[in-house]
Design a protein around this ligand. Structure first.
Ligand code: FE2
Length: 598
């Protein structure tokens, strides 16, 4: 039996295909369309899923959409009407986009896939989130926490999964939303909503949470973990352009201009920004204020989630917790939940945001609705498209790109390790691309984490990012505990997907300067020999050569672009940056040969 899950029309459109309840393919649309956070109907991702197993649309038994469009439309309509006429613009824009396609997604699915109406099912948004974590977790019974911006009406739920059933017993409704609260601060700090949340999380360690009390003025939490926003400070419910209002500004000051370069006394002036400006000291002070705001909203978000999780633990008495929804990508909060609540094990799958809703919707239909036993546990993130050796060879030859081909895998790995140890930055593409926003060794840029200059090199020559974005380490799972403060690291699934941030052990902070963030932490990825054997061997070899089985791993893309998919995407990124060598399976391209004069 084939069940296809689909999510789209908000952000991160995606498709995920199950065969007899086992995931066989999953991908976000942006990887194909090359449009970051592409929210449109995922034609390409669906086509990929079908091609991966060689079936046509009408071979599908069920197609499951990740939310209920009419219920969502109800919320948008009701909210716009309640705040009319202030919301006239929201109202007009919503009517246009909903009337054109969003309401009729069922019909679109039928016509695109050539299937009958009976095969199209709809799962509630937060149930899709809950299912996307619990039903592919290794747990037979677990508490469930879902937290995001907003689905139809709901913004957070608590519940329990038992066998193949999910019971969500409590929920919080729009406009009270932790996701939208965090997004309002993301916008205030000059970043793009739904994109810049990671930047807020990365900026927070540069600040002191001195505005926590002020943040608690705009959000209130009850003893049972439920919460509400003071809507006097926000306007996301009545505006398409602004999320916070003048009252918010009177509390936190003027918003951070989007173009203001970020640096503080602690970071110094980044080399890749050029010469320091004349008003350097003044700008350091200003940025410090914004870093303090970032630290404050991050701290309150963690407290909100900790209180919810603690209450859920007390109520259920369960030892295991599944987290989903966009807020589940807040790796710092996930780690505090593990360490500061009664839950002993946490599961988050790599596409915790709305893309993951496609997976959840399909799993819910198969396991919960049809009552079929659970037969799938997610152990890795490699569910996307792969490039065959023939495709790579054809691409390189057709474009007259000089390459070296390694027949022998070991020889290739030794060659790459040698380059890394010499300080080279490598673009690395192998196997199927990752599910979710993180690159986990199949579409990654790799470098030596021991080199104190490497953070600056990768930032200035390749990623063109600001210093608050730390680089992550990939470490052999069984060596993780030696370098990072995470007891029994290999038993914690979120660490497979960079969804925990933990302290780097004091004794190794000077060994690993390029992946140690300003507060001494790192967003580690544990790499397993049985799930990613070739990447595992690469790190192992690097460890044998240098004594440190850790690599710096950042996503294979340029700033603002989706992570690469095809050989052409990878080559373009390689060519337009200062990456020294490109490895596509066993093909190796050297920058010196492609661009001999720099
Ligand atoms: Fe969501």
């Amino acid at each position: 039996m084939y069940a296809l899950g689909v999510s789209c029309y908000y952000h991160d459109a995606a498709a995920a295909l199950l065969h007899d309840g086992v995931l066989v393919a999953a991908a976000e649309e942006e990887r194909f369309s090359r449009l970051k956070h592409d929210y449109r109907f995922p034609t390409n991702a669906i086509r990929f899923c079908l091609e991966q197993v060689g079936i046509a649309g009408n071979d599908l038994d069920y197609v499951v959409f990740f939310e209920k469009p009419f219920r969502k439309f109800d919320r948008i309509l009701m909210t716009a009407l309640q705040t009319y006429p202030r919301s006239w613009k929201v109202f007009r824009e919503s009517m246009i986009s909903w009337m054109i396609d969003k309401l009729w997604v069922g019909t679109t699915l039928q016509s695109e896939l050539g299937i009958s109406k009976e095969k199209v099912l709809f799962c509630e948004h937060h149930l899709s989130h809950a299912a996307s974590a619990y039903l592919c977790s290794p747990f037979d019974e677990a508490a469930i926490l879902t937290v995001d911006g907003v689905g139809e009406w709901v913004t957070a739920t608590c519940g329990v999964g038992l066998g193949n059933e999910i019971r969500l017993s409590k929920q919080i409704e729009f406009p009270h939303s932790i996701g939208l609260l965090y997004s309002a601060f993301t916008a205030f700090l000059g970043f793009e909503v739904n994109e810049g949340e990671y930047k807020v999380m990365g900026m927070a360690p540069y600040g002191v949470p001195r505005y926590v009390e002020k943040v608690w003025k705009v959000v209130h939490q009850n003893r049972d973990g439920s919460f509400s926003l003071d809507m006097d400070y926000f306007c996301f419910h009545e505006s398409t352009e602004r999320t916070y209002n003048r009252k918010f500004v009177s509390l936190f000051g003027e918003p951070r201009p989007a173009k203001l370069q970020f640096f503080t006394k602690e970071t110094g002036f980044p080399k890749n920004f050029g010469d320091p400006p004349g008003n350097y000291d003044e700008l350091c002070k200003l940025n410090q204020h914004y870093a303090d705001v970032a630290a404050s909203i991050q701290r309150v978000t963690e407290e909100l989630l900790l209180n919810m999780a603690n209450h859920l633990h007390r109520e259920t008495g369960l030892k295991r917790l599944c987290i989903a929804g966009g807020v589940g990508l807040n790796s710092v909060a996930n780690t505090r939940i593990l360490k500061e609540t009664g839950f002993e094990q946490v599961f988050v799958q790599p596409a915790a945001g709305d893309g993951g809703g496609a997976l959840g919707a399909a799993l819910w239909a198969y396991n919960s609705l049809l009552g079929k036993p659970r037969s799938f546990t997610m152990r890795h993130a490699y569910w996307g498209r792969s490039n065959s050796e023939a495709q790579i060879g054809d691409f390189l030859r057709q474009n007259a790109i000089p390459f070296r081909y390694f027949d022998d895998d070991d020889e290739l790995l030794n060659h790459v390790v040698e380059g890394l140890a010499q300080g080279k930055v490598i673009g690395w593409s192998q196997g199927r691309f990752e599910w979710g926003p993180r690159a986990l060794g199949n579409r990654s840029i790799l470098a030596d984490p021991r080199n104190p200059e490497m953070k600056d090199i990768v930032n200035s020559k390749i990623k063109f990012r600001e210093p608050y974005r730390p680089f992550a380490p990939s470490v052999l799972a069984e060596c993780a505990e030696q370098y990072f403060d995470l007891a029994q690291a290999q038993y914690h699934d979120p660490a497979r997907y960079m969804l925990y941030v933990v302290p780097v052990r004091e004794s190794h902070r000077s060994t690993l300067p390029a992946i140690t963030h300003v507060d001494g932490t790192a967003r580690l990825q544990t790499v397993f020999g049985d799930q990613s054997p070739r990447y595992y061997r690469l790190i192992e070899r690097f460890g044998q050569a240098t004594g440190v089985p850790v690599l710096l791993n950042t996503s294979f893309n340029l700033k603002g672009e989706p992570i690469v998919n095809t050989p052409a995407d990878a080559f373009q990124t390689f060519f337009n940056s200062e990456i020294d060598a490109l490895v596509l399976e066993n093909y190796c391209v050297d920058k010196a040969q492609v661009r001999p004069h720099g």
